[in-house]
Design a protein around this ligand. Structure first.
Ligand code: 6LW
Length: 525
């Protein structure tokens, strides 16, 4: 049966795929978004749903004030003898020549938690993973970052033993692989099969030269030889839909076949508006003990992969959220840097309530609740009740990449107290705003809509939910992509609702429902 890629559409980068019996799990990076580390679950590699987030407790996981694209980088989820091991990096600094990359481990007997308190590991680099050697020992594997200007910044792959009893790293650090000629060696993970230690790494950088390199050795600590098929996956120089393919993880499925999860980007004009997503490829173990793509000999990512069984493809979860019918914030929605509770985002009396927070330019106390932009064409609509008392009170619908890059259809009042909506545009350091569209007297509720159609997004307002008026001009969704934001772009466009209180006298916005409605041509089931 053919399965369409990506399996995890939208901002779901750096996949770590693990199989536990008949269950598959994928952990992905979340950066400054809260909660931390998204864990998807599937029974068949076909149907996936968000199972949980691993880092939900702000007392153990504090990313308040983090710069954009810092926070949680590539996680690694493994399982051994009844315990799930989740390793991750909190990147505190990623500026100029330095990266402050604190690696931690949490464990659980159930991927839905509770997860243990974080165990500090090291700070020598990012993309850590845990290797469970068949001999019973455990080893931390991570890329080694080198700030010295006369050394390669990506200094190779470090391997050091981890002692579960003392929860400490012990013994020497072996630099087992300095990288191929592709460079930028990261995302290292090791698995053992048939007498070989296989080392899989991401190389070429997560942009358009990204690739997956594979090595093997008879000894964990090397020496490793590079596969003759390397790179075993790359989009570079290929006419493929899945660009930026890299950061791979290979597992053996319950059907005995081999699969590789990897990140990719369905970019438009080389802009990854839907972020870096997760796809799966079929892998073949060759006669001479190497892994290569099953579908082609050019290491090109395929738009489809195969599973042996016919599986019923479940229809996607509805994008309509009626707050009269839910008591918890749906798992597809996220907040920034702090929990919904801390940000004053609650559900009661059949409505979502967002306390006014800081401006969208802030790294603190955001009253903002958004979900991943997972399709190139969809409508996002919000039914809002909001009674601003002055221009310092704003609330509405936002297409958000980070604090410098977002489009905000917001409602406020002018100095005569007349309510209006307009679109505030922030693209890196350029800011602008549309003309105001004044609302009639009966301003409660208002319906706010974003129509996203590939490269374009258009905003609308209605006071009856039927007839909509355009607000501002058509805007370019490509500006909300990894490639066009200043500095690091690692996340992906998000869409949702927000409220600001820049007066300090307390204001909230209430939402009866939110609707993320995918356009027909994008429907995949
Ligand atoms: C990830 C690393 C990377 O940890 O980007 O560019 C980081 N390479 O593999 C964030 O996705």
């Amino acid at each position: 049966m053919k399965v369409i890629n990506p399996v995890l559409p939208g901002f779901n980068p750096d996949p770590s795929l693990v199989r536990v019996g008949d269950d598959y799990y994928i952990a992905t990076s979340t950066f400054e978004w809260f909660p931390g580390i998204c864990i998807h679950h599937s029974k068949d590699l076909v149907n996936w749903e968000i199972l949980s987030y691993a880092l939900t407790d702000e007392t153990k996981f504090d990313i308040k004030g983090m710069d954009t694209a810092c926070g949680i980088w590539a996680p690694n989820l493994t399982y051994d003898n009844g315990t799930f091991y989740l390793i991750y990096t909190i990147v505190y600094t990623n500026r100029h020549r330095f990266k402050d990359t604190h690696n931690f481990m949490v464990t659980a007997t159930d991927p839905q938690g509770p997860w243990s308190a974080p165990i500090p590991l090291n700070k020598m680099g990012f993309d850590p993973s845990l290797f469970h050697d068949p001999d019973g020992t455990k080893w931390l594997v991570n890329m080694l970052f080198d700030y010295r200007l006369d050394h390669k910044r990506f200094g190779g792959v470090g391997v050091q033993q981890y002692d579960p009893k003392t929860q400490k790293l012990v013994g020497p650090i072996y630099n087992v692989f300095k990288g191929s000629d592709k460079g930028t060696t990261e995302g290292p993970n090791i698995f053992y099969h048939n007498g070989w230690y296989y080392l899989v790494t991401a190389e070429g950088g997560t942009e358009f030269k990204h690739c997956v390199t594979m090595c093997r050795s008879r000894k964990l600590t090397g020496p490793y030889e590079i596969s003759p098929y390397a790179p075993i996956l790359t989009s570079f120089g290929k006419d493929v839909q899945l660009k930026r393919a890299g950061h791979g993880q290979i597992i053996q499925g319950k059907d005995g076949n081999w699969y590789m999860a990897h990140l990719c980007s369905r970019s438009l004009d080389d802009c990854s508006i839907v972020g870096r997503e997760t796809a799966i490829q079929n892998m073949t173990l060759t006669e001479d003990g190497w892994f290569k793509l099953s579908a082609n000999d050019t290491a090109s990512p395929e738009d489809f992969f195969e599973v042996p069984e016919e599986v019923e493809v479940k229809s996607a979860k509805s994008g309509f959220t009626d707050f009269g019918k839910v008591t918890e914030i749906p798992l597809e929605y996220m907040t920034l840097r702090q929990s919904a509770k801390t940000c004053g985002i609650t559900i009661s009396d059949g409505k979502l309530h967002i306390q006014g927070g800081n401006s969208l330019a802030s790294k603190y106390n955001q009253g903002l609740l958004v979900r991943r932009h997972q399709h190139h064409s969809y409508d996002f609509t919000a039914k809002m009740e909001f009674a601003p008392r002055d221009y310092c009170h704003m609330a509405g619908l936002v297409c958000y990449y980070n604090y410098d890059n977002n489009y905000y259809l917001n409602m406020s009042v002018d100095d005569e107290g007349k309510p209006y909506v307009m679109v505030n545009v922030s693209v890196n350091k350029e800011i602008s705003q549309s003309e105001k569209v004044y609302l009639g007297e009966n301003k409660d509720p208002v319906y706010l809509k974003a129509e996203v159609r590939e490269r374009n997004v258009t905003f609308f307002v209605s006071q009856d939910g039927t007839s909509y008026t355009q607000v501002g001009e058509v805007l370019d969704m490509r500006n909300l992509s990894d490639e066009r934001v200043d500095g690091n772009g690692f996340a992906g466009a998000m869409v949702g609702v927000t409220c600001q209180d820049l007066h300090g006298d307390g204001i909230q916005a209430d939402f009866e429902w939110l609707d993320y409605s995918v356009c027909r041509e994008e429907l995949r089931t």
